[in-house]
Design a protein around this ligand. Sequence first.
Ligand code: TRP
Length: 448
Amino acid sequence: MSDNRAQFGTKLGVIATTVGSAVGLGNIWRFPYEAGTHGGGAFLLIYIFFIFVIGVPVICAEFIMGRSTRRNIFGAFRMLHTRRQWAWIGYMGILASILILSFYSVVAGWTLEYLGQSAAGIVASTDGVAGNGGGFDDFSTGWRPVMWTLIFLAFNAVIVLRGVRKGIEKASNILMPVLFLLLLAFCVNSLFMSGAKEGLEFLFKPDFSKVDSSVLIGALGQAFFSLSIGLGTMMIYSSYFSEETPLVKSAALTASLDTLVAILAGVIIFPAVFIFNCEPAAGPKLVFEVLPEIFHQLPGGVVWSTLFFFLLFLASLTSTISMSEICVAFFCEQLGLSRRRAALLNTAIAMGLGTLCAMSFGSLSGLKIFGLTIFNLFDYAASNIMLPLGGMLISVFVGWFIDRNVVKAQLKGTGTISEGFLRLIVFSLKYVAPAGIGLVFLAGLGII
Ligand code: TRP
């Protein structure tokens, strides 16, 4: 079975696809919104700390499981250990990936609306969306977000149906670098706006008096969400890696590039937040209210805005295809469905739940569970609870339960790696990552 699995073709392909999965709305939409609600500077520092101290080891753990077994998360646990209970991590991963796909597609749908408006030559002014006077609030409470969510999921289904190598790899190879350059350009623009200082201070000057357990949970959830870890995405991708791919290096590079993009997004957004008198803690709508303001004052704003929302849409697609891959691989390899049926089933479920998420800004806004709208509940439960929990169990599994030689062989690959460094990674998997995640959970429960 492992022999006829598709493999990523090129070295660039490996990095571009893992980065393509990692970089997306998580960096450009979710990071600024989380940083904004959690006070800025201190959140950023804690976030970076979690990325490298917990995130990188967890990516390595997923890579080790994926490449050594060449299976999806279920197959991987089963192959590496006789106990059936580990499969629960897989079920949690499937659930989390569906929840994320559902609310993520709503935000990707918003980008399609903005793309359409900018392409039609309209850029928002202070009113928000595209100068139609209504602003983001009017748009998001109407029926159009539902339509865009469904359209986005249809795009996603088409790409997923084209299979692993052709669809995913080609698209990300070309488009991610273009998005990166565009972000750099916007970043320079923001730095030169008069009055940029206040926003930069908000983002970079830590004020630790604002740190409480919600900041810790938020930063940990954001780290997992942004790196696409905790539910088997990186595992399934690494099951397509060749033996030559250096795992630790790829993990570190993916984490670094992902963090860089999030910081760029922060540098683009926060100066504008303060200059245009927006509220940093505005929540999910933050970047959708602030970005149009930026484009509005740029010469040729419509062109920039069109290009940007187009690339953001594509960045979202490279992320959603990676989420979909979890379910599709499960339906195919464990339930024996054809790839086509599996992709259609995954799309149908996400369309149903995505519609509810889209409506939770409008007609369903009054429906609250644990005090959260459906959209926020899906996000909170998946990102802040299921992903870190999954990551904790995956690192415990790799650190404690599987044959140390498998771990070593995978980390070494066909290259060399020093004994000390190997030990450091194993130590992180056994102790640092699980304890770190555990402490954040305890803090969240108010126990410490
Ligand atoms: N990391 C992606 C982003 O930042 C989102 C994503 C893709 C994801 N695949 C995932 C998040 C798997 C969690 C799990 O936009």
